[in-house]
Design a protein around this ligand. Structure first.
Ligand code: 8YV
Length: 324
């Protein structure tokens, strides 16, 4: 009987997902994420977590009967998976269901950035087309560009397919070379950056790529360089990016993610050669709904003694199984 299984929701969650969860499970919603203020008895009863954002080690340690963490999102850099794995706690995420949405958004950001579509739209809305005339011709174009993808996973590949349709040559950097694509592989990010002029970041984030896109990489990308980031803000050295945009080391950037969300540095906002979006890559009702359904299916499966639909690689590797 799932209604006797307690699921902790620390912080905000998609409202439809929260509603469905409440209809299925016994939900403890701790909006300020402070689990320590729950009674010991209540903490003991928690067997699952449904969340977006972060689950640090101390939150897991405060819940002695925790079995599963169901992350709302494909990226789970906020979850201390190493700690979860060491405790035999399953972690699931929401791959696939958001791939096309995020790839669509990426192409939109790229076009907005190189063709100044936001500024051009503003020109019309402010009545300047009629009063001043045409919006100036854009110095940048997608024509003749070469795309370099950092992180050729599911989302990176969906972006690559779209870029192919746009006629762009594609190269990539990944943890390891893929055997199922013919795109040129670069074993280092700097090598990729020096070979292309359009760097698209679709890497998952986390310690391994923290601030990997640094001053050296940006310099290698060069003065016509465009950076698009739809992965994680932590993958870019944000102060170095701001420098590079201010002094012309690169040309422009389109960013959906930032180092310290929802804070966006004022210097970044002051720049005209940036397109800045509030982490909307997957943010349609359709796709967030599908992600929520997957979170719930992962939890439902688990508490019915089955394997979850989408366990993360670390949990699979560790052979973590339901407890019944
Ligand atoms: C999530 C995301 O909605 O899937 C991801 O990794 O970044 C977004 O799609 C986000 O994690 C929750 O706010």
């Amino acid at each position: 009987d799932l209604s006797s299984v307690t699921i902790l929701v620390p912080g905000k969650l998609n409202p439809d997902t929260l509603d469905t969860l409440k209809k299925t499970f016994d939900v403890e919603h701790v909006l300020d994420r402070d689990v320590s203020k729950l009674s010991q008895e209540r903490r003991n009863s928690v067997r699952g977590i449904a969340m977006m954002g972060a689950v640090p080690a101390d939150m897991m340690d405060a819940l002695p009967n925790l079995e599963i963490i169901a992350n709302f999102g494909v990226g789970y850099d906020g979850v201390d998976v190493k700690h979860a794995t060491s405790k035999g706690v399953m972690v699931t995420n929401t791959p696939d269901v958001l791939t096309d949405e995020v790839a669509d958004t990426t192409l939109a950001i790229l076009l907005m950035t190189v063709r100044e579509l936001y500024a051009a739209e503003k020109h019309l809305r402010e009545g300047r087309w009629e009063s001043e005339g045409n919006y100036p011709l854009t110095p940048m174009t997608l024509r003749g560009r070469t795309a370099g993808i950092m992180g050729l996973g599911r989302i990176g590949l969906a972006i690559a397919r779209r870029l192919e349709a746009f006629g762009l040559p594609i190269e990539y950097h990944n943890r390891s070379e893929r055997t199922d694509v013919t795109y040129r592989y670069h074993p280092s990010l700097e090598s990729l950056a020096s070979s292309v002029d359009t760097l698209i970041i679709a890497a998952p984030g986390g310690a391994a790529t923290e601030r990997a896109v640094d001053a050296k990489v940006l310099k290698a990308l060069g003065p016509d360089g465009v950076v698009v980031n739809i992965g994680r803000g932590t993958t870019i050295d944000e102060p170095a990016l701001i420098e590079a945009l201010e002094n012309g080391t690169i040309r422009a950037a389109g960013l959906d993610v930032f180092e310290n969300e929802p804070h966006v540095p004022a210097r970044l906002i002051a720049l005209q050669n940036t397109v800045l979006l509030p982490h909307v890559g997957s943010a349609s009702r359709h796709t967030r709904g599908a992600m929520g359904d997957l979170v719930i299916r992962n939890l439902t499966n688990w508490f019915q003694g089955q394997t979850p639909v989408s366990p993360v690689a670390e949990s699979v590797k560790a052979g973590i199984l339901p407890r019944r």
